[in-house]
Design a protein around this ligand. Structure first.
Ligand code: ZN
Length: 286
């Protein structure tokens, strides 16, 4: 696959980020594949490979050729091909590593992933402006790792390093965008003591003003309700998630603010948007 086609696919994925998937599979299978489960063929037989809860380990369950074909169809529409595995010595990864190094970021790849996956990640990084990637709190990106923090399932951010676990890189492209941009977004909250941002979180997530708008929680990962609960609980998660929202739903974000009645909710959204625009993205808007 050519890089131009990858960029086009990424642009389409971002433009349709908030829309529900339409693979024709049951919602359960759709969710399962999007979170990294798959169907494999071994000789004449087939097996569902499912992640055990809260684990990188997988267990195999019986599957049919129909399941296999359904999975292949889903993967073509929503995931990455498994062709051309590239490890950390591959030209494709070295190219990605060089791109990140120009912004002072060290990039690591633990397990081999397909060439398309790496090209897609490069295209995603190319969408981020220099002030964001050059943030001094973002020093490392680790791809396809084992989990490093117990209570996170797909990725993490710790001490200047963003992690996209093996599980987070093997499901849907949409979720990979979500996990990666969310984790990179944590580089902003690291060391940030911003009372107004915390206040905006309180207004939007807690108390009488709580706003359940479509912008406030996009439909990805385990779904809208899960994201909503997640960012309600911790203001740092709220900050990280808003980076993703700013990028994949920038137009909706602005439109939402514009159509809200004047008041604390509108002010809080405006504060968050302006903070991201001016202090994180160097004025760049999506
Ligand atoms: Zn987070």
């Amino acid at each position: 696959m050519q890089s131009a086609f990858i960029s086009l696919t990424l642009a389409r994925d971002i433009a349709s980020f908030g829309m529900p998937a339409v693979s024709g599979l049951s919602p359960e299978l759709e969710l399962s594949y999007s979170l990294g489960d798959c169907v494999i063929g071994i000789g004449d037989s087939f097996g569902f490979m499912r992640h055990l809860p809260c684990s990188e380990s997988m267990r195999m369950f019986p599957a049919t050729s129909t399941d296999f074909k359904g999975y292949q169809r889903w993967r073509r529409q929503n995931g990455f091909s498994k062709k051309d595995p590239c490890d950390k010595t591959s030209e494709t990864f070295l190219g990605l590593q060089k791109y990140a190094a120009d912004f002072g970021i060290k990039m690591f790849l633990e397990r081999a992933v397909s060439k398309n996956t790496l090209l897609y990640i490069l295209a995603l990084l190319q969408k981020l402006p220099a002030p964001f990637l050059g943030n001094q709190n973002l020093r490392e990106i680790h791809l396809a790792t084992e989990r490093v923090i117990f209570d996170t399932d797909f990725g993490a951010f710790e001490n200047g390093a963003a992690y996209l676990y093996n599980k987070g890189i093997s499901g849907s492209r949409k979720n990979m965008i979500g996990w990666l941009l969310h984790e990179l977004g944590h580089s902003t909250d690291e060391g940030l003591a911003n009372g107004e941002l915390q206040q905006a979180h309180r207004v939007l997530a807690e108390g009488d003003h709580a706003d359940p708008s479509v912008i406030y929680a996009l439909d990805w990962g385990y779904g809208r309700e899960d994201r909503k609960r997640y960012i309600k609980e911790r203001w740092k998660e709220f900050v990280a998630e808003n980076h993703l929202i700013y990028i994949v739903a920038g137009k909706n974000f602005r439109e939402h603010i514009r159509t809200l009645p004047p008041g604390p909710i509108q002010q809080a959204y405006q504060y968050v948007y302006d903070f991201l625009k001016n202090s994180v993205f160097g004025g760049y808007e999506y």
